[in-house]
Design a protein around this ligand. Structure first.
Ligand code: ASP
Length: 330
């Protein structure tokens, strides 16, 4: 009898799931040492499990995506939080966004400095301000009012990223994380990897959420902002369709309104999560020369993680038992 009750509850339980990314780009096997590869995989698995465990305990998708992104921000391996790339002035300017697919509430910050976990400040904008998007000095003022501790520059320093910057400092070049020094933006976008981080999740109540965080591009100037903090471009969530976090050449992802485009293909064309994500990443964004990828979930817990580059640091886990931690395109 007990067995019967257990089984009927089991089958009533909704599928919950989480997917995370640590950037997409030219990630060719052989360019990386086995040690580094396993470091990336363990950092991904650590963040994935932390988010998944919260979902398993019955916590919300917003909690899960914030915690997963915070852990990725804390790792110097990725271009977000600690390990963010250097701007033309040798500083770090970070962007982040978070969105709740149940209420359509969202929060975003841009051009912030010294904040250990930009995703948490984005969440505070969503929950503790009347606004959606705070940038630069205003965002810093908001953080100050909430008593955020400011880290000094040494916290964000990473030798690899500093060397990347030294190569192109004092030139007009700017580049995506890990790209070679180039003078032409389009070549840079072809030769690079993108180190932005993100998470999407579906909780046991079928509510979905998305969060994205980035240091942007090496040697960026003039207050450049990418797609990551822009609701609808690099980050979006709506229970009716999907939760999306993007990574790639931000200028193209903004113009393609990528995250919202996936949602609209699902809503208006009735496409599945998988088909809509593929259509945008492997067709629409390519048509305007954009490269990168995205992670997506829907309210049934389905997951899609398409990318049009050689690789994307990615991981996913579902209550169905499916789990993946991968880097390359196979
Ligand atoms: N999309 C990010 C930006 O343009 C870069 C990345 O994904 O690494 O700022």
């Amino acid at each position: 009898m007990q067995f019967v009750i257990f089984r009927s509850n089991f089958f009533k339980m909704k599928t919950f799931s989480i997917a995370i990314h640590g950037g997409a780009g030219t990630l060719v096997k052989g360019m990386m040492t086995p040690e580094l590869e396993s470091k990336y995989k363990s950092a991904l698995k650590y963040a994935l499990d932390a988010g998944y465990n919260l979902l398993e305990e019955g916590k919300s998708s917003i909690e899960a995506v914030e915690v997963a992104v915070k852990l990725l921000e804390d790792s110097p391996l990725f271009n977000a939080g600690k390990g963010s790339v250097f701007t033309a002035e040798g500083t770090h300017e970070m962007d982040a966004a978070i969105m709740d697919g149940k209420s359509l509430n969202a929060g975003a910050v841009s051009l912030i400095t010294g904040i250990k976990n930009p995703v948490s400040l984005a969440r505070d904008v969503m929950e503790k301000s009347e606004h959606v998007f705070l940038a630069g000095e205003g965002a810093m003022q908001f953080a100050k009012e909430l008593d955020y501790k400011l880290e000094d520059a040494s916290y964000f320093y990473d030798e690899f990223r500093h060397n990347q910057w030294l190569e192109i400092k004092d030139t007009d070049s700017f580049q995506l994380d890990h790209s070679k020094s180039v003078t032409e933006a389009t070549r840079s976008q072809k030769d690079s990897k993108f180190g932005t981080v993100g998470a999407v999740a579906c909780d046991q109540n079928g509510n979905i959420a998305a969060a994205t965080s980035t240091g942007g591009m090496t040697n960026k100037k003039w207050g450049r902002v990418g797609d990551s903090p822009m609701i609808g471009a690099g980050n979006y969530a709506n229970n009716k369709t999907c939760a999306i976090s993007c990574t790639g050449s931000g200028e193209f992802f903004i113009r393609g309104v990528v995250a919202y485009d996936v949602a609209m293909l699902m809503e208006h064309k009735g496409m599945s999560l998988e088909d809509a994500s593929n259509e945008v990443i492997n067709k629409r964004i390519l048509e305007i020369n954009g490269d990168g990828g995205l992670i997506a979930v829907d309210a049934k817990g389905n997951i899609a993680m398409p990318f049009n580059t050689e690789g994307m640091y990615r991981a996913s886990k579902s209550s169905t038992g499916a789990e993946e931690v991968s880097i390359y395109n196979y």
